[in-house]
Ligand binder design. Sequence first.
Ligand code: COA
Length: 627
Amino acid sequence: MLRILSRSTSRGIVRVTQCTSTAMTQPPPGKMFSLQASLPRLPVPPLEQTLNKYLKSVRPLLSDEEFKTTEQIVQDFSRNPGPKLQKLLEYKANQEENWLSDWWMKTAYLEFRSPVPVNVSPGIVFPRQSYRDKEGQLRFASKLIAGVLDFKVMIDTQNLPVEHMGKKPLCMTQYYKILSACRTPGKKCDSWACYPPNESNAPKHIIVAHNNQFFSLDVYGADGRPLSEAQIYRQLKSLVQESAQVATPVGLLTTENRSTWAKAYSELVNDQENSASLRKINHSICLVCLDNNLPQDMSDERSVAAQQMLHGGGDSLNSGNRWFDKTIQFVVGREGISGLTYEHTSAEGPPVVMLLDHVVKYCSENHSPGSDTPAPATPTKLTFNLSKNIKEMIDTARTHLDVLVDDVDLNVFVFKDYGKNFPKSQKMSPDSFLQNAIQLAYYRIHNEPAPHYETGTLRMFHLGRTDTIRSCSEASLEFCKAFVNSNTPKERKVELLRNAVQAHKSYTNEVIQGNGIDRHLLGLKLAAIKNGMNVPDLHMDMAYTLSTHFRMSTSQVPAHSDSVLVFGPVVPDGYGVCYNPQETQVHFGVSAFNITPETNSKNYINMLRNTLLEMRDLFQGSMQSKL
Ligand code: COA
């Protein structure tokens, strides 16, 4: 039986705000959800297991003395209040579909106050397209929209096949949200609303942004079928003509700190016309941003494209031509540059990448554009009455965003010497091999191990999102130390690398089976707070703060297309590293902040490239190599 996923209002909108505690849509049973009911519930791991693993994970980051203090704190916690908090969590897990999902949505997203571009929303660069002029841009955008609608049909009719990890089916609910949800700002906590495809008010329009202006475009004809590419093109052409002038960038408000944006939003929404425009945007399928400006320096075009997807390039380029609250914004730029950015509350990267792979493939195929008749209803321009106060807020947002954009140091590169094939040929997990390369490159630059986050999926569980794979381990540190020591024999380095890869793989397997430690520790802390207790000493301990100050924030987001995902670091002195490993190459996106001169994405990339080559060299002459 399908579990009840959430309360839904009578108008078919699923909302999450600070007042409500449920987060998910209630999909009807269908092929895409045929295995949903069989998915297990996310377990609460045993307390002792988590505490032991936690101690192991902080060991490489602490001195002997610091470790002793932490051991004592953990021991005390295991007596009190650990068991009480564990019971509270287990009770929650018995009552709810997923004990973590609503807490996670709020803690990780809705209560997080920093601007969503760079800090929350990743960008994805698509493979370079061949168009070079405005006409080509519009033709490509039409095709892209047709491709999105083609994918959406599979979601709406629940014809997407259930994804699996090995033999285990994965939770498919994220697909129901990526093309029907939006976040809106709140003073202390944002709201999130989803208009699922099975409801009568499911969105039938997209928003197109051009020259900072927004248009609502109905993408279904009177017969209920998606418009043809030719019909869409006709619409785009007309709205581009109607928006020849650059408008005041009201969209820049969505790049603000969330509480600041909430203040502006509450004023904006008081005006009827604004309120109608905001409703149209929030309730749309997605945005398509037709960008104009490219920076002067295009010497590293792919990295420029990555910046355009991550934050739009600042006020002078395309950041005002966005609405960052919307779950997915496709970007169709000049000179064949395209991609997307997505607001993270609704989903992780993999479902979004599934959609983009479909769209990229669709755009590369020879589909007939169809007929441009009957002429669809003309696009509606969304208008805003901007008070003096709001205009000042837009000016402030402009300044804040430009500071943020200047701070981001972002570069992408393709490592072409090998891909998953090499670690596989050595009987090692490619992901664990790459994670150790990422950790080692950091160690070689900074002479110390980095607290290291990798996203591990929890989608094997009903409504599962993610947990942390702590990639820095005693084994990885031992390998790093041995690697930089010129006296270590090659065979010993290989042995230690294999140990480190195995340690990472084991940790990964534990995480994806629901036995990670970070969400459990978060749950114990929140259980204390929600029940009026003090935040436990364990969570106030330096070891906890240090080990969650993730100077390496990393994620694997594989794609069939030559796409690369990028995101910002999660701490000012850290790096964000995302990679798309393919069989014979790996696409990397690397970010840092300029405010910390010790972290530099180009330096890191050079070190990572050398490290990957040197790690392969360790195996040269090995009988096992099948490359
Ligand atoms: N010898 C040979 N081959 C091996 C191997 C070994 N010892 N170990 C693994 N492989 C193979 C696998 O069979 C697999 O083969 P395939 O390419 O034919 O599918 C391939 O190597 C990849 O496996 P691996 O590198 O171990 O990783 P994974 O694909 O299992 O992914 C995670 C690991 C952690 C990335 C994944 O579990 C996960 O959680 N992904 C979600 C991340 C996410 O949500 N990101 C988005 C954040 S916004």
